[in-house]
Design a protein around this ligand. Structure first.
Ligand code: DX5
Ligand code: ZN
Length: 230
């Protein structure tokens, strides 16, 4: 039996946190059991919203030196921010395939800059758009809301994409992002997602530790179940 390399990772999104307290909020999430932080970078062009960019992340990095930082690049020119994000200390650069003119080249540049590669798909984009690039990526992100804002309703029909990827790539890191919380995690876990982004469900909870533990339990149980079935 092939050994399954999959592991569960929970990456809270700070988008709906008190961004004037970014450092404090990041520490709170890490102390609550987050495996990584999902930092939503928006340029007001690819999505109708603006958040923060590499200067902010560069200030945050030395205060949380050991944290794994993923930037979710909701930007029209993903190639433009590779170097600044690497310089800011980002560990994984997840960009959307939709605006990208040369996906293999951007993947290569991200890797050369010392970061892991994530490829993101908006809800309207099919998995066929990334299929031939999967070998160039460390992770595929399936958006479960239209990117741009936290607190939106989870799109259950996106689970078909997750299922397809998991069936065809048993060891691939698959991330879901948007509307994920205790009430929607089971659909994600059963479909095969193993990297879980959760924003408002964690940030707004009285006990973020408990929410993160609930998300983790669901994913770990599904991974164990699928291993037994193999
Ligand atoms: C949406 C962002 C998400 C968002 C998740 O464009 O990519 O990361 O912050 O927040 P919730 O979990 O509230 O949907
Ligand atoms: Zn995101």
């Amino acid at each position: 039996m092939a050994r399954c390399e999959l592991s569960c990772k929970i990456g809270p999104s700070v988008l709906n946190a008190d961004l004037s307290e970014l450092h404090k909020e990041s520490v709170r999430l890490l102390d609550s059991g987050a495996d990584y932080l999902h930092l939503d970078v928006m340029d007001g062009h690819f999505v109708p919203n603006i958040t923060f960019g590499h200067p902010v992340i560069k200030c945050l990095r030395p205060k949380i030196p050991d944290a794994f930082l993923e930037t979710h690049m909701m930007v029209s020119k993903p190639e433009q921010w590779i170097e600044p994000m690497a310089d800011a200390g980002v560990n994984q650069y997840t960009f959307h395939v939709e605006p990208c003119e040369n996906i293999p080249q951007v993947c290569r540049k991200v890797r050369e800059a010392g970061m892991k590669v994530g490829l993101g798909l908006k809800p309207g984009t099919g998995v066929s758009a990334v299929e031939k690039y999967i070998d160039l990526a460390d992770m595929i992100l399936i958006m479960t809301v239209e990117p741009g804002f936290g607190g939106q309703k989870f799109m259950t029909n996106m689970m078909e994409k997750v299922q397809w990827l998991r069936q065809n790539y048993p060891n691939l890191d698959i991330e879901v992002d948007g509307g994920v919380g205790p009430s929607t995690i089971h659909a994600c876990a059963e479909a095969g997602a193993n990297m879980i982004v959760s924003g408002t469900a964690v940030i707004g909870a009285p006990d973020p530790c408990k929410v993160i533990a609930t998300l983790r339990d669901a994913v770990v149980n599904s991974i164990q179940k699928s291993q037994l079935e193999r």
